[in-house]
Design a protein around this ligand. Structure first.
Ligand SMILES: C[S@@+](CC[C@H](N)C(=O)[O-])C[C@H]1O[C@@H](n2cnc3c(N)ncnc32)[C@H](O)[C@@H]1O
Length: 253
């Protein structure tokens, strides 16, 4: 796979299988990870001391490694179990040679362990990497607090954006779980909403719009750039709008 330099200087890869880059070139690989996933998620789960995070899917691991970087930078007293599926075993093995941004220099040991052993554990962090299909893997999990929903786009990575997929996510989600995702498409938001998540639009200070979904009704929130999306109203205003479904995915029937 060819690498690409993104706008914040961090590197990503181009996948010829999915015909797209692993991160938005415009937003930057590290910035996308921090501003669309990690920072909003951690502001919303502020007082927790233990978290289970599902990283869909591992890829280059920016979301998992970025979370560890963020926790260390901010001296957060929190233990995290990461769960992350990834189809591409060769990609994981190649991460040992991938040029990550300098922010990850202090966690090089973790990256090496992941690439070699496919797992990592210390007193604060445990990373469980599963080589195989995310749809099968998620059924084995429970009590997930945060889902970083960061698959390739739904036109090519369809199976990780459907109503049926989010139904499985809903089953393994803790009562106060949140989903963070770059996708703002209505069929995706409906697939999440129709599994009893409330949908919000998030606008970070420097990045494009993204989506945060809450399993629990939130009464107040301290993320100022969070806007409630009334999905019932959306359905009335756009009667043809429908959630993405498995339908043609014989494999998951
Ligand atoms: C957009 S990339 C992930 C970006 C990732 N957050 C990062 O930092 O690199 C999507 C990843 O999902 C993997 N993938 C796609 N479909 C999958 C599936 N059904 N199960 C497991 N992994 C999958 C791809 O191999 C790819 O590595």
């Amino acid at each position: 796979m060819d690498y690409r330099i993104t706008n914040d200087g961090s590197k990503t890869l181009f996948s010829s299988k999915y015909n797209q880059t692993f991160h938005s070139l415009q937003d930057g690989a590290l910035s996308e990870s921090l501003y669309k996933h990690i920072i909003p998620a951690f502001q919303l789960v502020e007082n927790k001391t233990k978290l289970n995070i599902l990283d869909i899917c591992f890829g280059l691991g920016y979301n998992t490694f970025g979370t560890i970087y963020y926790i260390k930078e901010n001296n957060l007293n929190i233990k995290v179990n990461f769960y992350s599926p990834e189809l591409d075993d060769e990609l994981i093995e190649s991460l040992i040679n991938f040029e990550y941004p300098k922010e990850f220099d202090t966690i090089k040991e973790i990256i090496v362990s992941l690439a070699k052993e496919k797992c990592y554990k210390d007193n604060q962090f445990q990373i469980n990497l599963f080589i195989g299909d995310a749809r099968e893997y998620i059924k084995t999990l429970s009590n997930i607090n945060i889902v970083y929903q960061d698959a390739f786009s739904s036109d090519t990575n369809h199976e990780l954006w459907t109503k049926e997929y989010f139904s499985d996510i809903s089953k393994i989600a803790a009562s106060d779980a949140i989903i963070t995702t770059y996708s703002i498409a209505t069929p995706i938001r409906l697939a999440i909403y129709e599994n009893n998540f409330d949908v919000y639009e998030y606008q970070s200070s420097i990045k494009k719009r993204s989506t945060i979904a809450f399993k629990e009704k939130i009464k107040s929130h301290h993320l100022i750039n969070l806007k409630y999306i009334d999905m019932e109203k959306k359905k009335i205003n756009s009667p043809k709008a429908a959630p993405l479904r498995d339908l043609n995915l014989e494999i998951y029937k």
